[in-house]
Design a protein around this ligand. Structure first.
Ligand SMILES: C[S@@+](CC[C@H](N)C(=O)[O-])C[C@H]1O[C@@H](n2cnc3c(N)ncnc32)[C@H](O)[C@@H]1O
Length: 213
């Protein structure tokens, strides 16, 4: 899907709606991502808007067309699946996932791989749209109605994300929330808040590797 729609998906970020949502999500993620030591990897990098804004060195995605756009934004673009990362163990100081877990065939395996490639001191940061939010329910309904971006996407609740992180060997060490406003086609500015705000449409979870038993 992203192969044909890459240019359209990327152009959405230049619309008034897309630009505002991008800015809100960036502000939400920033304090959780920036402490991650280099080098840093985004899995599901798409066209590289977030990776470029954060100066992430490497971006991986299964789809070629958006990867070409990411490469044009000075991100080292690698084709591959998050469930089978083509990197050695303990390489990255941060692994960033922005609305990617819900697109992955096997999000649990993707998290396991993220843990494997992280340095012991490394950070995982996952930006998610919880299903238990009005935004998540809206996107899911759009997907069921055949929306080209959301069709087949498996949105998860916040509790499901937390459980998956714990099962993959992560401890949540920080969280921030935004999009506490009702979903609309005309969103407004708002400040991101520390912690998990129940019902927020975008939540960033920062997690660290639990030490091996
Ligand atoms: C909603 S887009 C997000 C792209 C980018 N993070 C952003 O926010 O602009 C989801 C991305 O996940 C990628 N993706 C889908 N399945 C994946 C997988 N198994 N491993 C890694 N990325 C995957 C898609 O190709 C797509 O680029």
């Amino acid at each position: 899907m992203f192969e044909e729609l890459a240019a359209r998906y990327d152009a959405w970020y230049d619309s008034a709606h897309g630009r505002l949502l991008f800015d809100l999500e960036l502000a939400c993620l920033r304090p959780l991502v920036l402490p991650g030591p280099r080098p840093r990897l985004e899995v599901g990098v798409g066209s590289g808007r977030f990776a470029a804004a954060f100066g992430l060195e490497v971006g991986l995605d299964p789809v070629r067309a958006p990867l070409r756009l990411a490469a044009g934004r000075a991100v080292a673009a690698v084709q591959g699946a998050g469930e089978r990362l083509p990197f050695g163990d303990r390489i990255f100081g941060a692994v960033v996932l922005v609305i990617t877990l819900c697109f992955a065939d096997d999000p649990a395996a993707l998290l396991g791989e993220a843990r494997r490639v992280l340095l012991p001191s490394g950070l995982l940061v996952a930006g998610v749209v919880p299903l238990d939010s009005a935004w998540g329910r809206r996107y899911e309904a759009q997907g069921r109605a055949g929306h080209p971006f959301y069709q087949g996407v498996r949105f998860l609740t916040l509790a499901e994300h937390r459980r998956m992180l714990a099962d993959a060997g992560f401890t949540v060490t920080g969280a921030r929330s935004t999009l506490t406003q009702a979903p609309s086609d005309d969103p407004v500015e708002e400040d991101a808040q520390d912690g998990v705000v129940p019902g927020a449409g975008f939540v960033a979870l920062q997690a660290r590797r639990q030490p091996p038993l």
